[in-house]
Design a protein around this ligand. Structure first.
Ligand code: FAD
Length: 461
C-alpha cells in the first residue's frame, strides 16, 4: 500500500458503518472505523433496542390489568424505573461488546475518536491528531435530534437521547412531536404510569401514514388516557417550584416533570470537513448520493441517516452492505428502497408497508380499499376497550396489493411477513387463496371480502 494507509476509512460505527466495515474487510480490504461515542450507533445505544426494551416494560401494565378477566388476582404491581434502566444498560453494554468482537474478528481496526475530513483522502483523528490516508472513505455519521426554534427555556428540554437514561421517572411528561418517536415514547411513559401530554403542531399524529391509521391510533391512545393536543406548539418552558411550566401557543400552561421534544432528526454533517473534501449536500442538508451511495466525490460514499433516504436501521445496514459489495466485492449492488415494511412501537402497535390510500389514489386509475376494525378474542374476556385495524389498498385494475396497514398487537411482526407477499407482487386474489389461521387477528388479512370503497380517478384534463 503505497499512497494510502488503509483501503477504507469508515466514519461512524453505527448500523451502516459497522456492516460496511465488516463486509469490506471480509472482501479483503484493510479497514479502520472511527467512533466518537459508542460502537453500535443510534440503534443499539439510544434508539431501536433500548426503546423496544422500554416498550416491553410498558406493555406489562395492560397485561396485569387484563389478567383479571382470565381469573388472575394480582397484588398491585410496583414498577421500579432504576431497575429497568440498569437492566437495559447491561443489555446495551453486552450488545456493544458483541459489535466490537464481530468487528475485531473481521480484522477491522476500531479507533475511539471523532474523525474529520482534512481533504478528499485524508482523515484526522481528533483524539490523537493522527492523519490517516484512505483510498476510500465511508461517511456513516447518522443523524441527531433537532429541537427546532430557539424558544425560552430550551435548556430544560430533553430528547430521546436523554429520555432513555433519566435518573428519575417523570410522573408527568409533555412530549412535543407527532412522528413515530413521539408516539412511541408517549406509549412508554404512559404504560409505566406517567401522565402524558402529546403536543403536535399538525392536524394529526404520524404525518405521512395512511389517514385511517392516524385516526385510529390517535383514538386508541386517547382512550388509554394520553392527552393529545394538535395544532399547538410549545412556546416556552420555565422552571417552577414543582416542575416545569410549559406555555403552549393557545396560552394554555401545563406543569410537568419533564419536557421531551421529538421534533425530527437532522443528518450529522456539521463540522466533519465535507466541504474540504468537496462532498456536496442535497437540498435537505443530507449528503447527496447516487443509487450506489456514491457522493459527489467518486471514492467517498455515504450510507444511512446521514443521507436521509429512509431513516431506519435495516436500510442503513443494507446500504452499508451494498456499498461494500460494490466497492470491494466486485459487483455493483443498489438498494431497493421501494415498499419497505416498518413498525411503530406505539400502544397499540402499527405495522405498514407500501402505499397509503391517498398515495394510491393519486397514482392509480382505480383503487379498491378493504378495511376492518374489530376487538380481538383476547380482549373479550379482558374487557378492554381496544380495537385492531386492518386495511388493504389494492390496484383495482391489476388486483395487486399496493399497501397494507395494521394496528394491533404484533403488527410489526405481521407486516414483516406481509412484506414478502407484497415484494412478490401478490394480488388480492393471492391473499384470498390463503387459508385463514383461526383464531388469530392476522386471519383478517385473508378474509376481507367486501370492498369498503372503490375510487376511480377522473380522466386527466
Ligand atoms: P447511526 O446508527 O446513528 O450511527 C452513526 C454513528 O456515527 C454514531 O455512533 C455516532 O456517534 C458516530 N459519529 C458521528 N459523527 C462522527 C464522527 N465525526 N467521528 C466518529 N464518529 C461519529 N430504526 C428502526 O429501524 N427501527 C426502530 O424501531 C427505530 N427506533 C428508533 C428510535 C429512536 C429513539 C431513534 C433516535 C432512532 C430509531 N431508529 C429506528 C432509527 C435508527 O436508529 C437509525 O436509522 C439508524 O441507527 C441509522 O444508522 P446509521 O448507521 O446511519 O447511523
Amino acid at each position: 500500500m503505497s499512497d494510502f494507509d488503509v483501503d477504507l476509512f469508515v466514519i461512524g460505527a453505527g448500523s451502516g458503518g459497522v456492516r460496511a466495515a465488516r463486509i469490506a474487510a471480509n472482501h479483503g480490504a484493510t479497514v479502520i472505523v472511527a467512533e466518537e461515542y459508542r460502537v453500535g450507533g443510534t440503534c443499539v445505544i439510544r434508539g431501536c433496542v433500548p426503546k423496544k426494551l422500554l416498550v416491553y416494560a410498558a406493555r406489562f401494565a395492560d397485561e396485569f390489568e387484563d389478567a383479571a378477566g382470565y381469573g388472575w388476582t394480582l397484588q398491585r404491581p410496583v414498577f421500579d424505573w432504576p431497575t429497568l434502566i440498569a437492566n437495559k444498560d447491561r443489555e446495551i453494554a453486552r450488545l456493544e461488546a458483541a459489535y466490537v468482537a464481530n468487528l475485531e474478528r473481521s480484522k477491522v481496526k476500531i479507533v475511539r475518536s471523532r474523525a474529520i475530513l482534512e481533504d478528499a483522502h485524508r482523515v484526522r483523528l481528533v483524539a490523537t491528531g493522527e492523519v490517516v490516508r484512505a483510498r476510500h472513505i465511508l461517511i456513516a455519521t447518522g443523524g441527531w435530534p433537532s429541537l427546532g426554534a430557539d424558544i425560552a427555556g430550551l435548556e430544560h428540554v430533553i430528547t430521546s437521547n436523554e429520555a432513555l437514561d433519566l435518573a428519575a421517572f417523570p410522573k408527568r411528561i409533555l412530549i412535543q412531536g407527532g412522528g413515530y418517536i413521539a408516539v412511541e415514547f408517549a406509549g412508554i411513559f404512559h404504560g409505566l404510569g406517567a401522565e402524558v401530554t402529546l403536543v403536535y403542531r399538525g392536524d394529526n399524529i404520524l404525518r405521512g401514514f395512511d389517514d385511517d391509521v392516524r385516526e385510529h391510533l390517535r383514538g386508541e391512545m386517547e382512550k388509554r388516557g394520553i392527552r393529545i393536543l394538535t395544532r399547538k406548539l410549545v412556546e416556552g418552558v420555565e422552571k417552577v417550584d414543582h416542575g416545569l411550566c410549559v406555555s403552549l401557543s393557545d396560552h394554555e400552561a401545563v406543569v410537568v416533570d419533564q419536557v421531551m421534544f421529538a421534533t425530527g432528526r437532522r443528518p450529522n454533517v456539521t463540522g466533519i470537513g465535507l466541504d474540504r473534501a468537496g462532498v456536496q449536500l442535497n437540498e435537505r442538508g443530507a449528503v447527496k448520493v447516487d443509487r450506489y451511495s456514491r457522493t459527489s466525490v467518486p471514492h467517498i460514499y455515504a450510507v444511512g441517516d446521514v443521507t436521509d433516504r429512509v431513516n431506519l436501521t435495516p436500510v442503513a445496514i443494507r446500504e452499508g452492505h451494498a456499498f461494500a459489495d460494490t466497492v470491494f466485492g466486485g459487483r455493483e449492488v443498489a438498494v431497493d428502497h421501494a415498499d419497505i415494511p416498518t413498525a411503530v412501537f406505539s400502544e397499540p402497535e402499527v405495522g405498514v408497508i407500501g402505499l397509503t390510500e391517498m398515495e394510491a389514489r393519486h397514482r392509480y386509475a382505480r383503487v379498491d380499499i378493504y378495511k376492518s376494525s374489530f376487538r380481538t378474542l383476547k380482549m373479550t374476556l379482558a374487557a378492554r376497550d381496544t380495537r385492531c385495524f386492518f386495511k388493504l389498498v389494492v390496484d383495482g385494475d391489476s388486483d395487486r396489493v399496493l399497501g397494507c396497514h395494521i394496528i394491533g398487537p404484533d403488527a410489526g411482526e405481521m407486516i414483516q411477513l406481509v412484506g414478502i407477499a407484497i415484494k412478490m407482487n401478490a394480488t388480492k386474489a393471492d391473499f384470498d387463496r390463503v387459508m385463514a389461521v383461526h383464531p388469530t387477528a392476522a386471519e383478517e388479512l385473508v378474509t376481507m371480502r367486501t370492498k369498503a370503497a372503490t375510487y376511480v380517478r377522473e380522466a386527466a384534463e
